[in-house]
Ligand binder design. Structure first.
Ligand SMILES: C[S@@+](CC[C@H](N)C(=O)[O-])C[C@H]1O[C@@H](n2cnc3c(N)ncnc32)[C@H](O)[C@@H]1O
Length: 565
């Protein structure tokens, strides 16, 4: 649905040529009060904290959850300014933020909250562009109080992306703004949402101008597909092209992406071969953004450590009426697009019968190829997805050392290992890998370094990740990845294997880090992964790479390196 809408929006832009040209930037001041314009008797602080049955609880909870996600620590500080009282559970936050209690969420409400919060975060840039365009002026948008903005984003998302009945969305969000802020805020929400409905119905939603140089065009597309470009223009947007290397292709891609959506120009601009290549590359870049914006799909791994087979899991899913399909690539995995909630409620995860694990991560374990009797080090192990899968393949023989700097997450790993009945082969080591490796005599058959990374391969699952990365973060990450690779290499015995993996599709975190490592460590060579994963996942250089667009799973990378001396 989101995909259709994006294309639809694009075409209607050409037809109507409406809308401002400039994406609006909000001034984010964490110190801004939750509702800077609250006055008089409507102030939540003055209300007795009554149960409010008029406001839809899922919208109230969504608005507060969005505030918490976006403002992080600043949100907690603001609540603390108001004094303690309502506890730290979600309803406590709702009460303290909105000034009233709402009824508890039922299953349907919970599903709506998940949809609305995830979708609103993903589409934030596009929604803000529209909200900004529909405000009277730039200033009104830039200085909008945080809660009001979240309420508007929810309304816009419900109308545009969830296609909910407009009248109900307008009424409900107006009421939420009125009771949680003041009547004037409700009037503003009413005015803006009604304008949106009219524009939607007349097929004339504002659009960013698709003109100017590459960068300007990329910015326009980034707004339409709600991806970031400010930090490093086009980095995420055109990442798939970057993997192909050539900067000229990169430029062509941008022009053609633009053209594809307008369709008509493509044939005029390009000759046969260029058209073919650029068309594929362009389609891929846009599909990647669409994948990131779509509802995520999940895979579950049957826990063979506890004797559970995939057939057992399939039987359970049939009983729960959860639509599913078995993985084409991994024996223990089943994919589900919807129904995770039923699986959780049925207690399958709590009982340790299965684990949520993406196939892309499962294939990294295939690259390690753990065997009974192996000595394996998992260098960045927590919270333990890969450790547990590896342990389940060791059938109680051998030893798996799980190292992580994060003690809390490592504790979770230990508890889950017990639940999964694979703890017999796992030893947890809370430590910084760099100091641990320096002082350690341990030499293992197989060492996995699943490095901290940008997470650019998992943007569909981590809705807020795309907004939280800065260029400096990437430089720091690359440095850390190199230090961890050097440390991990110390733990590999001669003839042993070092697997370097990430959940990123960025060559700078993948191939480039491996190349730099091989220059520093000529005692290692690449061991092609074609014996361990299906051919469609093997790159020309023998690395493992999963591609969201091609494989319909998260993006991930792994290099298998052998220590020759
Ligand atoms: C991508 S996550 C690992 C995910 C894990 N392999 C799994 O499959 O569940 C990266 C991990 O690296 C850990 N980490 C970061 N710096 C570290 C360091 N210097 N030493 C050890 N662990 C580190 C983080 O705490 C984090 O848990």
């Amino acid at each position: 649905m989101a995909q259709v809408l994006s294309l639809h929006v694009f075409f209607s832009a050409e037809r109507h040529k409406v809308g401002p040209s400039k994406p609006l930037k909000r001034i984010h001041n964490p110190k801004t009060s939750l509702s800077t314009h609250r006055k008089g008797p409507q102030s939540p602080m003055r209300k007795t904290q009554k149960l409010n049955l008029q406001v839809s609880p899922h919208r109230a909870v969504s608005a507060v959850r969005l505030m918490r996600i976006e403002m992080g620590g600043a949100f907690a500080d603001l609540l603390n300014e108001k004094g303690k009282g309502s506890g730290d559970n979600e309803m406590g936050y709702v009460e303290r933020t909105l000034g009233f209690r709402t009824k508890n969420l039922d299953d349907r409400d919970l599903r709506l909250v998940t949809d609305i919060v995830g979708g609103t975060i993903r589409w934030r840039r596009y929604l803000d562009y529209l909200i900004g365009s529909l405000c009277h002026d730039d200033k009104a948008f830039r200085s909008m109080e945080p809660l009001l903005l979240q309420i508007l984003r929810i309304g816009f998302y419900e109308i545009l992306k969830l296609d909910m009945p407009s009248y109900a969305v307008v009424d409900e969000n107006v009421r939420l703004a009125k009771v949680s802020l003041r009547p004037g805020a409700g009037n503003m929400v009413n005015g803006i949402l009604r304008r949106l409905v009219l524009l939607k119905e007349s097929n004339s939603l504002p659009l960013p101008k698709l003109e100017g140089d590459d960068r300007a065009q990329a910015r326009a597309l980034a707004i339409l597909y709600s991806h970031p470009v400010e930090i490093e223009p086009m980095r995420c947007l055109w990442i798939s092209v970057k993997t192909q290397g050539a900067s000229s292709t990169y430029r062509t891609e941008i022009q053609v992406s633009f053209c594809m959506l307008l369709d008509i120009y493509v044939l005029n601009l390009l000759d046969g071969k260029a058209l073919d290549e650029a068309f594929r590359a362009k389609k891929k870049a846009i599909k990647l953004m669409m994948w990131n914006n779509d509802d995520p799909s999940f895979s579950l791994r049957a826990n063979s450590g506890k004797g559970v087979t995939r057939a057992d899991l399939v039987m359970q899913f049939n009983m729960l009426k959860v639509p599913h399909e078995v993985s084409l690539h991994l024996d223990h995995f089943v994919r589900v697009k919807t129904g995770l909630q039923s699986i959780i409620q049925a207690g399958l995860l709590k009982q340790g019968l299965c684990a949520v694990q993406d196939e892309s991560a499962g294939l990294i374990v295939s690259v390690v190829n753990p065997q009974p009797g192996d000595s394996i080090v998992d260098c960045c192990a927590a919270p333990g997805g890969k450790t547990l899968y590896m342990a389940s393949q060791m059938h109680g023989q051998g030893m798996l050392y799980a190292i992580d700097i994060n003690k809390g997450r490592l504790r979770i790993l230990k508890e889950t290992a017990k639940l999964h009945q694979v703890d017999g082969v796992i030893t947890t080591i809370p430590s910084d890998l760099r100091t641990f490796a320096e002082s350690c005599q341990l030499k293992s058959d197989k060492v996995l370094l699943d490095a901290p990374c940008s997470g650019l391969g998992v943007l569909s699952k981590r809705a807020d990740l795309r907004w939280n990365r800065r260029l400096e973060d990437l430089e720091e990450l690359k440095k850390l990845q190199e230090e961890l690779l050097d440390a991990a290499s110390i733990l590999v015995k001669p003839g042993g294997v070092l697997v370097y993996s990430t959940c990123s599709i960025d060559p700078e975190e993948n191939e480039e880090r491996v190349d730099a490592f091989l220059l520093r460590h000529p005692e290692f060579r690449i061991d092609p992964v074609d014996r361990y994963v299906p051919p469609g996942f093997v790159t020309k250089r023998g690395f493992y790479s999963s591609d969201p667009v091609k494989h319909s799973m998260d993006g991930a990378f792994a290099a298998r390196l052998i220590r020759t001396l």
